[in-house]
Design a protein around this ligand. Structure first.
Ligand SMILES: Nc1ncnc2c1ncn2[C@@H]1O[C@H](COP(=O)(O)OP(=O)(O)O)[C@@H](O)[C@H]1O
Ligand SMILES: C[C@@](O)(CCOP(=O)(O)O)CC(=O)O
Length: 534
C-alpha cells in the first residue's frame, strides 16, 4: 500500500490543541470592528496598519496564561500601557525542492516539501525603560543591538513610503534600503569581511522589516535564533529565519489571529498569507531575486506546487496534500554556496542565450508538471519499483537540465556518480546548487550492504548525510515559551524556556530536545500551527 506522509506527521484532532499554556484568540478591540475574518478594521473602514493595531489593542489584558482578552473601554479613555508580552517562540521548517529550482525564479513551476529540520526564534520583550532591539544569532556569531529611538522611523513612516501588515510588497524601496545603511556600518567590525557581509545582510533584512511593520512605540526586545538547518546548503535556511521574523513581528503587533484550535481554514490561510508576504520581503533583502518558494513552504509546511508568473501578484500555490513519503537520502556536500550568486549566474546565461536557456527552463517546467501528475495518481505507490523508477527518471532529467544551466558542482556530481555506480537510486541537486545538498530517491529493495558501502564512501569523502521526513508543519508558535519536554519541569508540568537555556542547548540535539516541535516523540503539546488543510 502507498504510504502517505500526511498520515504520519502533524495531524491531530483539534481537541488536542488549545489546552495548557497560552492559546491565541482573534483580538477584536472595543473600538475596532471585525471584518468577519477576525481582522481589525478602523472606524474608517480600512484595515488597521501596525500603528493602528497597537493603539486599538493597548487595552488587552492577559488571563495569566499570556492569553490576551479584549476588554471594552469608552473611546475617550486614556491610553493604558501594554502589558508586557510573555516570552514566546516561533519556528519554521527548512525545505527541499524536489523539482524546479532556478526555473521557478523565471516563472516556471516547482515542487517543494517541508523537512523536519527547523529554525527556532525566541522573542523576549524588555522592560519598558529599555529602548533597545537586539539580534542574537549565535549560529553565525552575530550579536548586535540598536537603540530603537535612533532608527530612521520618519523615513519609513512617511505617507509615500508607509507599508502596512496586509500590503503585498514585491520590490525593495532603494531609498529605504539607503536609510538603513548607516545602521549597518558598525556591525561586527571585528569579524572577517565575508562574515561581516553575512551579518550586515541579516541585520539589513531585519531592520527593513522591523521599520516597515513597526513604529517608534515598539517595545524593546531581543530576538534570539537557533537553527538545526545547515546554513547555505540549499535547504532554505534563510527563508526559515525570514518566516520566523515575520511571524514574530506580526504577533508582537497583534495583527494575527490564532493559531487556535477551532480556527476556520480560510482564516488560517489568511494569516499564513500575511506571514509569507513579509517573509518574502526579508528574502528579497538577502537574495535579491527570490522566487518565494522557500518562504512559502517554510510558512505553510507540507508540500506545494508553486509558481509565480507575475512578480506583482501573489504566487499560485497548490498544496499537494497527498504528497508521498518518499524514501529520500539527503546529502550535504559541505561545500558552501551562495544562492544569490547561482541565481544571478542563470539569469546571465539566459540573457546571453535567451532561446536555448528558455527551452531548458520550459523543459524543467514540463518535468515538474509531469511529476506532480504522477505523484497525484492513485496508483502511485512508494513501495513499487515501477512508480519510483518513473519519478526517479524525472529527477535524473531535472538534474541534467540543472547541470546544463551550470549550477552543479563537482562534489554534487560525485554523489550522483557514487549512487549511480551502486545502482542505488536517482539523484539530483536540490536548492541553488553550486555546492549545498543533493537528494537521492532510493530504489526499493537495495541491499543493506550497498547502502552501507555508499554511506562509508560519503563519510570518507567528507559528506554529511541527513535523515529527515518530508511534509511536516509550517510556521508554529509557542506562546508563552513554556514546554513539556521531559526535562526540568515545574509543578504545572511545563518548563519555561528562558534565554540562558536556549543559548546553552548543545547542538541540534540539544535544541530539539529543549524546544523542538517534535522532540522526537511526535507533535508536542504547546506548539500550535495554523491549519490550512481543507
Ligand atoms: N542559523 C542561522 N542563524 C542566522 N542566520 C542564518 C542561519 N541560517 C541561515 N541564515 C541566513 O541565511 C543565509 C543563508 O541563506 P542561503 O544562501 O539562501 O542558504 P540556504 O540554501 O540555506 O537558504 C545566511 O547567510 C544567513 O544570512
Ligand atoms: C535557486 C532557487 O530556486 C532555490 C534556492 O534555494 P536555497 O536558497 O538554495 O535553499 C532560488 C529561488 O527559488 O528563489
Amino acid at each position: 500500500m502507498t504510504q502517505r506522509m500526511m498520515n504520519t506527521v502533524g495531524f491531530h484532532a483539534d481537541a488536542e490543541h488549545g489546552h495548557g499554556h497560552g492559546q491565541f484568540n482573534p483580538y477584536i478591540s472595543s473600538n475596532g470592528n471585525s471584518n468577519g475574518n477576525g481582522h481589525l478594521q478602523e472606524p474608517n473602514g480600512h484595515l488597521n496598519g501596525s500603528s493602528g493595531v497597537t493603539l486599538t489593542l493597548t487595552n488587552g489584558t492577559t488571563n495569566g496564561n499570556g492569553v490576551l482578552k479584549p476588554v471594552s473601554r469608552p473611546s475617550h479613555d486614556r491610553r493604558k500601557s501594554t502589558p508586557m508580552m510573555p516570552t514566546f517562540m516561533v519556528s519554521a521548517p527548512g525545505k527541499v525542492i524536489v523539482f524546479g529550482e532556478h526555473a521557478v525564479v523565471h516563472g516556471k513551476a516547482a515542487i517543494a516539501a517541508a523537512i523536519s529540520l527547523r529554525s527556532y526564534l525566541l522573542v523576549t520583550t524588555l522592560s519598558k525603560s529599555r529602548r533597545t532591539v537586539t539580534l542574537r544569532f549565535p549560529d553565525i556569531d552575530l550579536n548586535h543591538t540598536w537603540n530603537i529611538d535612533s532608527l530612521p522611523w520618519d523615513t519609513f513612516s512617511h505617507p509615500s513610503k508607509k507599508k502596512y501588515y496586509y500590503d503585498l510588497v514585491t520590490t525593495l524601496d532603494p531609498e529605504l534600503v539607503a536609510a538603513i545603511q548607516p545602521f549597518l556600518a558598525n556591525i561586527s567590525t571585528d569579524k572577517s569581511p565575508d562574515l561581516r557581509k553575512v551579518h550586515q545582510n541579516s541585520a539589513g533584512s531585519f531592520l527593513y522589516m522591523f521599520l516597515s511593520l513597526g513604529s517608534q512605540s515598539f517595545p524593546g526586545c531581543q530576538y534570539t535564533l537557533r537553527s538545526t538547518i545547515p546554513i547555505g546548503a540549499g535547504l532554505g535556511s534563510s527563508a526559515t529565519i525570514a518566516v520566523c521574523m515575520s511571524a514574530a513581528l506580526l504577533l508582537q503587533l497583534r495583527t494575527l489571529s490564532g493559531p487556535h484550535p477551532d480556527q476556520p481554514a480560510d482564516e488560517a490561510r489568511l494569516q499564513i498569507e500575511r506571514i509569507n508576504r513579509w517573509a518574502f520581503v526579508y528574502e528579497m533583502f538577502i537574495h535579491g531575486n527570490p522566487s518565494g518558494v522557500d518562504n512559502t513552504v517554510a510558512t505553510q509546511g507540507k508540500a506545494v506546487e508553486f509558481q509565480r508568473t507575475d512578480y506583482n501578484k501573489p504566487p499560485t500555490v497548490r498544496p499537494l496534500w497527498d504528497f508521498p513519503e518518499l524514501p529520500l537520502l539527503l546529502v550535504d556536500t559541505k561545500t558552501p554556496k551562495s544562492t544569490a550568486f547561482e541565481v544571478a549566474k542563470v539569469a546571465k546565461l539566459r540573457e546571453k542565450h535567451p532561446k536555448l536557456v528558455g527551452a531548458i527552463l520550459d523543459s524543467v517546467h514540463k518535468v515538474t508538471k509531469s511529476s506532480a501528475d504522477m505523484i497525484e495518481q492513485l496508483d502511485f505507490d512508494t513501495n513499487s519499483e515501477e512508480s519510483l523508477k518513473e519519478l526517479g527518471e524525472l529527477m535524473t532529467i531535472n538534474h541534467g537540465l540543472l547541470v546544463s544551466l551550470g549550477v552543479s558542482h563537482p562534489r554534487l556530481e560525485r554523489v550522483r556518480e557514487l549512487v549511480d555506480h551502486e545502482g542505488i537510486g536517482w539523484t539530483k541537486l536540490t536548492g541553488a546548487g553550486g555546492g549545498g545538498c543533493s537528494i537521492t530517491l532510493l530504489r526499493p529493495g537495495v541491499s543493506r550492504e550497498k547502502l552501507d558501502r555508499l554511506e562509508q564512501r560519503l563519510d570518507e569523502e567528507g559528506y554529511e548525510k541527513f535523515e529527515t521526513t518530508l511534509g511536516g508543519d509550517g510556521v508554529g508558535v509557542l506562546w508563552p515559551a513554556v514546554l513539556k519536554n521531559g526535562m526540568d519541569e515545574d509543578h504545572e508540568g511545563g518548563m519555561e524556556i528562558d534565554l540562558d537555556k536556549f543559548l546553552s542547548a548543545q547542538g541540534n540535539e540539544g535544541v530539539e530536545k529543549l524546544v523542538g516541535v517534535h522532540g522526537g516523540v511526535g507533535e508536542r503539546e504547546g506548539w500550535k500551527f495554523w491549519r490550512v488543510e481543507s
